[in-house]
Structures are given as C-alpha cells and as structure tokens.
Design a protein around this ligand. Structure first.
Ligand code: ADP
Ligand code: TRP
Length: 377
C-alpha cells in the first residue's frame, strides 16, 4: 500500500555533499518510489539560527534548486517551502497547547547545554570550597592540585560566562518549540513514515507523543502517529581525510562545487606514502573508497588491479586523476540541471508554488477537522 512520507531539510547554508547524497538524498528518492512523498525546506525552523533575511531566502531557494537538480524537474516528489504553508504555524500553536512543558524539557538540545552549565557551576563551588565532594564524581577527578587556585577559578568562571552567553544568545523560544513545529510538519499531513537521521529520532518520538496527547485530550482520533524510517543499510561515506564525510569536519566533496574546487578537494585526499611503483592497499585507501562507490564495475576492477601491481608507474596522483574523472562524469547531469535552473528562477518559483498549493490543500483538509474539534476558526 502506498504510504505518505515526508522529510524536512534546514536551509542553513552549506550545499549538499556526496555523503548527504548517498546517505540521505538518494535513499529518500528510493523510498519515494511507489509512495506519496514530499520533501520540504524547513525555513521556519532555520529562523532559530539564521538572522539574515536575504541570506535565508537565498539559501532556501538554493536547497530547492539542489533537490530539483537531483530528483529532476519532472519528479513525482513534492518539493515545497515550509513557510509557503499558511496554516502550519497555526497548527503548531494548537499543538503547543497539548504539549507538556515537561516533554519539551527532555529535548537533547536543551539538556546538553543545561547540564554543561550545571557541571561548571558545581566545579566552581567545589573549587571555592563551598561544596564537599564525593570522590567518584567525574568532574572532581581532574586536577586535584589546582583545586582552589585563583587561576583555576578564573578559568572556570570564564567557561561559565561563555556557556551562559551561548544559552542567552542561541537558546531562544524557537529552539524550545522546535519539536512542536516539527510535529505539525508531520501530523498535519497525515504522514505515515518519516525518513530521518538518528539525531532526529527524539523529535519523532515527541511528534508521536504530541499526536497521542491531542487525540487523548479531545477524545478523537484526529492525528496519525508516524513511524521513523532509519536507513541502517547505507554505508557511511568517508571524506578526504578518511573520517566520516561531514560539513563539520570540512572534509567533504560538494556535489555542486565548480571544477576547480572539486579538483582541489580530490587532490587533497590523504593517502599513505607508497611510491608509484609500490603495491598499494585499495581497501584502506581513501581515494579508492570513493572510486568504489562512484566508478563503473569495470573502472573499479581495473583500478583495483593497478593498486596491486608493482612497477607499472601507477601512483596516488594517477588514482586521484581517475577519481576526478569519475566524479566529474557522475555529477555532470546534476550540475547541468542546476545551471539551467539558475537561469530560470521564475520556473523554479512556479514549481514551488504549484507544490505549495497541493500541500496547503492537504493541510487545510486536516485543519477543518482540527478547528472543529478544538473550537476555533
Ligand atoms: P553533516 O555530517 O555534513 O552535518 P548532516 O548531519 O546534515 O551532515 O546529514 C544529513 C543527512 O546526510 C543525514 O541523514 C545523514 O544520514 C546523511 N549523511 C551525512 N554525512 C554522511 C556520510 N558521510 N555518509 C553517509 N551519509 C551521510
Ligand atoms: N528537524 C529536522 C532537522 O533538523 C528538520 C525537520 C523539520 C524535519 N521538520 C521536519 C525532518 C519534519 C523531518 C520531518 O534536520
């Protein structure tokens, strides 16, 4: 049976990389087959951190263009901008009133920083002799000798200062209410399943709690509890330094980078120091790891053999050149579509408007029931 699936991406500025493509975007496209699938640009969610209007607008459009380029302009997947959905925030407000404060306090984003503040506060109290300690507490194990020194206390106070600044500047109510908006994004469209990364599982659990809470408060089965789809089978792609490819390590290869940047990234892949005539181990090589994913079977086999054959003058430079060719070819259609779309923004906006209309109608159908049940217009 066809399922309704949805996922959201925050337009926070970095463009898509090969890890996202293989680990999230292409698996989503596969999941979408035979189902009713939508993906949206969570620009309202991005407001928690992006405070530059022109930039947010531009980044949101860029994300839309990137998804259109990968899925193709005739894709059956609905691609829309969250802020184009008129009643999504109204639904969020209604849901806010069935969401226990205590539930929101459990969110990782809050607990993490709160716990850090608490830990440093205790440490200061200890160093000032205001708190006696239990020896098995991890925070007190460090640096016994420095205990109570002015230097140590000053350093801790500065740490606390920074944490409090972070708390004040970054922890706005948008961050606090973030999971409720996310719940609206999902249950407002009667979604069955949500493909997400593991980091979003808690949010999805909260979505289920909120749906259940609403149904219970009003004694009516209005909302469906969605399932998570976690792709366990997709491999983690490694970056140019061999660690997981990630924007936070700056070790990624961007899908829409220009040729120069792509070349620079490929040339910067870290290898061991085996010379051109030495035998090399393809299975532990960061270049070969990418050739294996993006090359044709024939290329993979030929290059594999070259790694294992001594004295043929095949060095890592040659492997990088081969990878560059493979990636350039692999990415060409995506990049060509993006270039075309960039020349015709009105077309992109028209597509988004068409899709927004579909999703607005869907939410409206649900809102009719919700308004009736809660007693507002
Ligand atoms: P990043 O690590 O660059 O911040 P995100 O956390 O934004 O990436 O990832 C978005 C999605 O892309 C996640 O669902 C994750 O599964 C996928 N993804 C990111 N990096 C990789 C990778 N190196 N290999 C496989 N999948 C990845
Ligand atoms: N919270 C998600 C993230 O940070 C983005 C998101 C917003 C989302 N609404 C959603 C994901 C609804 C799935 C479904 O990545």
């Amino acid at each position: 049976m066809s399922k309704k699936i949805i996922t959201g991406v925050k337009p926070t500025g970095t463009s898509m990389h090969l890890g996202n493509l293989m680990g999230a975007v292409l698996p989503f496209q596969k999941n979408a087959k035979g189902n009713d699938a939508a993906i949206f640009i969570a620009d309202l969610h991005a407001l928690t951190s992006v405070k530059d209007g022109a930039k947010l607008r531009e980044q949101s459009l860029e994300v839309a263009i990137e998804y259109l380029s990968i899925f193709g302009v005739d894709t059956p997947i609905t691609i829309f901008r969250q802020s184009d959905i008129a009643d999504i925030t109204k639904l969020m407000w209604i849901l806010t009133n069935v969401t226990p404060y205590a539930l929101m306090l459990r969110a990782h984003s809050f607990k993490d920083i709160e716990q850090k503040v608490e830990k440093v506060e205790k440490e200061i109290a200890y160093n000032e002799g205001k708190l006696s300690l239990y020896s098995n507490t991890e925070i007190f194990k460090d640096d016994e000798k420095a205990k109570g020194s002015e230097e140590k206390i000053a350093q801790l106070r500065q740490e606390l200062d920074e944490l409090e600044k972070e708390w004040e500047n970054k922890m706005n109510m948008g961050v606090f209410n973030y999971p409720i908006l996310m719940a609206a994004d999902i249950i407002g469209y009667d979604i069955d399943a949500v493909p997400v990364g593991k980091d979003q599982l808690q949010h999805l659990e909260m979505t289920r709690d909120i749906a259940r809470g609403f149904n219970k408060f009003y004694g009516k089965n209005v909302f469906t509890e969605p399932e998570a789809i976690i792709e366990e089978s997709v491999a983690t792609l490694s970056g140019v330094d061999g660690r997981k490819m990630s924007k936070s390590y700056d070790n990624f290869i961007g899908i829409f980078d220009d040729e120069k940047k792509l070349k620079k990234r490929v040339m910067s892949i870290i290898t061991d120091s085996a010379g051109v005539d030495e035998v090399k181990d393809p299975d532990s090589c960061n270049i070969f790891a990418l050739i294996r994913v993006f090359g044709t079977d024939e290329e993979v086999e030929t290059i594999y053999q070259k790694y294992l054959t001594p004295n043929i003058g095949f060095g890592y430079g040659h492997a990088k050149k081969a990878l560059l060719e493979i990636l350039t070819r692999y990415l060409a259609p995506y990049r060509a579509t993006r270039e075309k779309l960039l020349q015709d923004i009105p077309f992109v906006e028209a597509k988004l408007a068409e899709w927004a209309k579909i999703m607005n109608a869907r939410l409206e159908a649900k809102m009719k029931v919700v308004r009736e049940v809660v007693g507002v217009n």
